[in-house]
Write a protein that binds this ligand. Structure first.
Ligand code: ARG
Length: 473
């Protein structure tokens, strides 16, 4: 195959090194679709007779059947999916089968197949993303009112609503979702017509090809199109961003489910036991998500490294885009599948959160109180700092210090101060947009729902509802 200009057979070692049929197989059904559209375009351009077209289409349909049933005879010596399909077609219908490659290059073909595959895969990814976002909204709504200690430097800082914490992840993942919708345009661009690098010399109707294959746009520049994998980089960036977020969420779930915290309990279905210690309940899913994020981040940097020194035009290095990308895609999809379920099943333990909430997390409120009495904040900070020191020394809570003791630190204190030593009062003071007050979080949830409605009008999110709801997971 393709040995016209060579006098020796290809070495087995070369095949070992250059061919990965498992990867090629993933593109096969898309390759048939690409071929079907392409031969119709050849016919429209007068490059195939009607009877040739019909014969080729019949052959391609048979090949599709063989691929689906698993009887397609894959041959490694044919290098890739494109040559395997072409050869099989010629076996079935004779020499005329070889006409399908008129004016075409594998360089544009592999890209077309890959983009078609991505359009399907991104439907699944966006389905998972929407489900996750819905779950975060539902949980925020369900648990609205539960108070937890918020942290800075992982030290107790100020009381927040548990739903404010949940919604912080919602907004993060929503940002990833918006990015996905933005870059989808690149995936939705038809490569066919780019030829090997210079464009196709036959009068093909590219708009027809785009319509046949469901692409919204045509690529602008043949050389850019066959040389670039920018759309994979962008997707890997989004996957990395999501996996980093899952990793951070995992880290928090691991801590929060630790008995020292007891903020949450992960369900039995999403935890494992120890082979030795009977009491253990281990958060393996969260740990593996934390670990797998490393592999997805690795894929992003691998893809950059793959591309950074390539000259214009197709280079065989580009074949490595697929193993890198497919693995990251697989891990991201799996993670997206498991997290919404795990979150839905986790038990939320209000008592555990309250237990860790020390009144010292209300120190800022106490300082604010003095500010409202007219003191500059820095001065108020210093006074409350001394009160905290005193309380620790005396083994007291802020609310068990008497007014008389308070007044020793500052004359401005009066009875009203105790009102500020209340968690609910504290968080409800933070009622600007984005804050942790109950009304602000409620507004966030409403805004979040509106965002979801906007999102499902955009591709790839809009595609999935054609195939039924995502909730089935
Ligand atoms: N297997 C190749 C890839 O994935 C397909 C394109 C091959 N083109 C070529 N000129 N050898 O990139």
């Amino acid at each position: 195959m393709l040995r016209g200009r060579f006098s020796e057979e290809v070495s087995n070692l070369l095949l070992d090194y250059t061919v990965d049929l498992e990867i090629e197989k993933r593109l096969a059904l898309y390759d048939v679709r690409t071929n079907i559209a392409y031969v119709k375009a050849l016919f429209k351009a007068g490059l195939l007779q009607k009877d040739e077209l019909d014969l080729i289409l019949k052959g391609l349909k048979e090949i599709e059947g063989e691929l689906l049933s698993g009887s397609f005879p894959w041959r490694r010596e044919l290098e890739d999916v494109h040559m395997n399909v072409e050869k099989r077609l010629a076996e079935k219908i004779g020499e005329v089968g070889y006409k399908i490659h008129t004016g075409r290059s594998r360089n544009e073909q592999v890209l077309t197949d890959l983009k078609l595959l991505l359009k399907d895969e991104l439907k699944l990814v966006s389905c998972g993303m929407l489900f996750l976002l819905e779950v975060l909204l539902d949980l925020s709504e369900k648990h609205l009112g539960i108070i937890m200690p918020g942290f800075t430097h992982f030290q107790p800082a100020q009381p927040i609503l548990f739903s404010q914490w949940l919604m912080s992840y919602f907004w993060g993942f929503a940002r990833d979702a918006k990015k996905l919708a933005l870059l989808y345009d690149d995936v939705d661009t038809l490569p066919l017509g780019s030829g090997a690098l210079a464009g196709t010399a036959f009068p093909l109707d590219r708009n027809f090809l785009a319509r046949e294959l469901g692409f919204s746009r045509l690529s602008e520049n043949s050389l850019y199109e066959v040389s670039s994998r920018d759309f994979l980089l962008d997707l890997l960036y989004i996957f990395s961003s999501m996996m980093t977020r899952f990793s951070r969420l995992s880290e928090e779930l691991i801590c929060f489910s630790n008995p020292a915290f007891s903020f949450i309990e992960l369900s039995d279905a999403f935890t494992t036991g120890s082979s030795m210690m009977p009491q253990k309940k281990n958060p393996d899913v969260a740990e593996l998500a934390r670990g797998r994020s490393a592999r997805v981040l690795g894929a992003l940097s691998s893809m950059f490294a793959l591309l950074k020194a390539l000259p214009s035009g197709y280079n065989r290095d580009l074949q490595e885009d697929k193993p890198i990308f497919f693995e990251a895609l697989r891990l991201t999809k799996l993670t997206l599948q498991v997290f919404p379920r795990m979150l839905l099943e986790m038990k939320v333990n209000e008592g555990g959160m309250l237990e860790l909430l020390s009144e010292f997390t209300l120190s800022t409120d106490l300082a604010d109180y003095l500010v409202l009495k007219g003191l500059p904040f820095r001065k108020a900070h210093e006074i409350v700092g001394s009160i905290v020191k005193y309380a620790i020394k005396e083994g007291k809570d802020l609310s068990s210090i008497s007014l008389e003791e308070y007044r020793r630190f500052c004359e401005l204190f009066d009875e009203e101060l105790y009102k500020f030593l209340d968690y609910k009062f504290s968080l409800n003071r933070r009622n600007l947009k984005g804050g942790t007050s109950e009304s602000s979080v409620r507004n966030q949830i409403e805004d979040g729902k509106k965002l979801l409605e906007e999102l499902i009008k955009l591709k790839p999110f809009s595609d999935i509802y054609l195939e039924g709801p995502c909730r089935e997971g």
